[in-house]
Design a binder for this molecule. Sequence first.
Ligand code: BEZ
Ligand code: FE2
Length: 407
Amino acid sequence: MKIIEADFIYTPKGFIKSKAIAFTTQIEEIDTVETLKEKYPDAQTIQTKPNSVLYPGFINTHVHLEFSANKTSLKYGSFMPWLDSVIEHREDLVGACNNAIMQEQCNAMIRSGITTFGAISSFGNELEVCERTPQRVVFFNELIGSNAQYADMLYGDFTERVNASMSCEESSRITPAIAIHSPYSVHPIILQRAVNLAKQHTLPLSAHFLESQAEKEWLEYGEGELKGFFKKYFNTTTPVTTIPEFLHAFDSYPTHFTHAVQIETRGLEILAAKNHSIAHCPRSNRYLGCGRLPLEKLHDLGINYSVATDGLSSNDSLNIFDELRASLMLHQEIPIDILANKLIESVTSNAADILGLNIGRIEKEKSADFAVLTLPETPKREEEIALWTILHTKEVSSVLVDGEEIL
Ligand code: BEZ
Ligand code: FE2
């Protein structure tokens, strides 16, 4: 048994003061430090610095580690030139991205308090690093391929990767999962097979969805900037699906849709009705000129969302606090205190519910995954702790996973 003390602890009932947590690999009890020490006299006590706030470990639901070598190769500013630059540089970037580079990015996430992340994997190259990192990883094997001719072959490769992630040692903390690349790039037949596979094994399911104006125009009218792309690379002039048909494929299985920036209110209502969730990646959306997700509508409709970094293919860091600060700046209409609290929820309890893991809340029997951060002074108004957390944290003070210190 261990005991950890902090000036403030973030719980489902809000920030509580002068309490401590007794834990093993899971949270056993929350009480005053005196009571816990009396009850567990042999427990090792961890005393955090003054003005520390103890959070459940933060969760980044959507990241592409295999693009971690990108710094200036990919073109930012607008979606289609970016996609063209991905096609041009993909091989070089993936080739340049070795285990050391990916592990360094896992470490950068740890330094920002990330104890769990969702890794979107196109080729399975990052499985070894994800097995070795001390964090939990939801390993999203990605399915891609709109051309019916190659669909069986691509689906076969995909199931091999799914099987490999299913056979990881339990100690690696890997949860196998499935990702659909996007509505425009996956043929409906293999899409349905992948959704059925997710249902059969109860695997988390995710899909990029309505990221750009170009995607929307292509899916709705078979027009726009993606038209030339499909003519050039696939010699086709019609999209493989429509927006309603794509969404319908996920009807009975709550799915984590990434971006959804270009979705209309009717689409959001469907997401709400079907218990789907959204990964909100504000810096990626800005860098690729995709627009702003209307978070206020998600709040009104009760759609669950997480703030996530996406990969370094469309970002400048995997630090979750950089992403939270960007979110604060972007959604100017939402009162800043309310937004700060919602954003913290989005990377803790909401993200845990989205990934279906027993983490994300400081509550009895949840896994003992913690991130401790230290504010520069005692907060003058305690109702603003979430805001000061986001504004003042570049890196956290310590991180624990399954009750063991990893930072
Ligand atoms: C496709 O298979 O349709 C596809 C692959 C990569 C990017 C876009 C589309
Ligand atoms: Fe992504």
